[in-house]
Design a protein around this ligand. Structure first.
Ligand code: AKB
Length: 321
């Protein structure tokens, strides 16, 4: 049940997760209680939030002012640089992925915010663990800039919760797939691009090799999981770093074969680039039993249902029928 007094601020609101989460939060809480922010100029096609502020999350003073002006209680802090882009600009990735989170955690510590959601990633995993069915509590040894920043963020979240009682909640998202807003700069982005190119051109060159499996999740399930976690009673949250989310696991070859069932003439070839090494350092599948037990995580979409939904919506969006 939505709490009418909640005032919600979203950072990265025009991004892949942000655009869909914002609209869902508007449905649940009312447009007047949702303040969308992003570094980009306002785009009315992307958000129906009651308010929009063009905001650079690195501008600490501006962020604090906006939280104060709108009497924000809850923050979904989504603004982040993904794995591919982070490798190209490590200093900026660290600055963007860690420092604004610390600003929000400090505000919560000072009683200026009640609750924070912050996304982590399967990128926190790395060397020294089995590839399959990776559990919640394993050694975290990331070898990417993005993974290092997410691991640091997770530890900050846990620290602020344990030391100061800050109610911060987080999910280790796998690759997210959606047709509404394209992803940008990630290693799992091939699994979004492939659908666009299948519908538009009937062929795709994958930058990930054919037999590399990674965990993936359809956006509808990601949004549901995020809202479920945020609605769960505080006592049921046993993980204050970040919860594993497994979704489904597949290789580019398996995804291509699923797409061929709907678009028989579809063709794929493979030209792995620097993102292959990132994918190789990540798990092939994830065990999310703790999230299922603590707050009832469940999924609606498998690879078949997702492919049908993606292709039918992209055909409409891209004007093919
Ligand atoms: C990326 O590929 O960088 C992201 C992620 C798995 O966090 N989609």
């Amino acid at each position: 049940m939505a709490n009418a007094t909640e005032k919600i601020l979203i950072t990265g609101a025009l991004g892949q997760i942000g655009s869909e989460l914002t609209n869902k939060l508007v449905e649940l809480h009312g447009a007047e209680n949702v303040i969308a922010t992003d570094i980009q100029k306002f785009d009315k096609n992307h958000t129906n939030a009651g308010f929009y502020e063009r905001m650079d999350v690195s501008n600490t003073a501006l962020v604090q002012q906006i939280v104060k002006d709108y009497e924000i209680t809850t923050v979904y802090h989504l603004a982040s640089l993904l794995s591919g882009t982070s490798e190209k600009n490590p200093q900026f990735a660290w600055k963007l992925n860690v420092e604004p989170l610390l600003n929000f955690l400090e505000m919560a510590k000072e009683g200026k915010l009640k609750k924070i959601f912050w996304p982590s990633s399967i990128a926190v995993f790395g060397r020294g663990i089995p590839k399959e069915n990776v559990g919640q509590e394993v050694v975290l040894n990331p070898s990417t800039v993005y993974g290092i920043s997410k691991l640091a963020g997770e530890k900050w979240c846990e620290y602020y919760h344990e030391k100061f009682g800050v109610d911060v909640r987080s999910i280790r998202y796998p690759g997210l797939i959606s047709w509404k807003t394209p992803a940008g700069g990630g290693t799992t982005d091939y699994a979004v691009e492939i659908y666009y190119e299948a519908v538009e051109k009937g062929k795709y060159t994958s930058f990930i090799s054919e037999n590399t499996a990674m965990p993936m999740l359809y956006m509808d399930d990601a949004i549901d999981a995020t809202l479920q976690l945020m609605a769960a009673p505080s006592e049921s949250i046993s993980v204050r770093t970040s919860y594993n989310l497994g979704g489904m696991s597949f290789t580019p070859k398996e995804l291509a074969s699923e797409i061929k069932n709907i678009i028989p003439e579809f063709e794929i070839d493979y030209q792995p680039d620097f993102r292959q090494a990132i994918a190789d350092s990540w798990p092939a599948s994830i065990d999310d039993a703790v999230a299922k037990k603590d707050w009832g995580l469940k999924y609606q979409y498998g690879i078949k249902e997702m492919s049908e939904d993606m292709i039918s919506n992209l055909r409409k969006k891209l004007c093919h029928s």
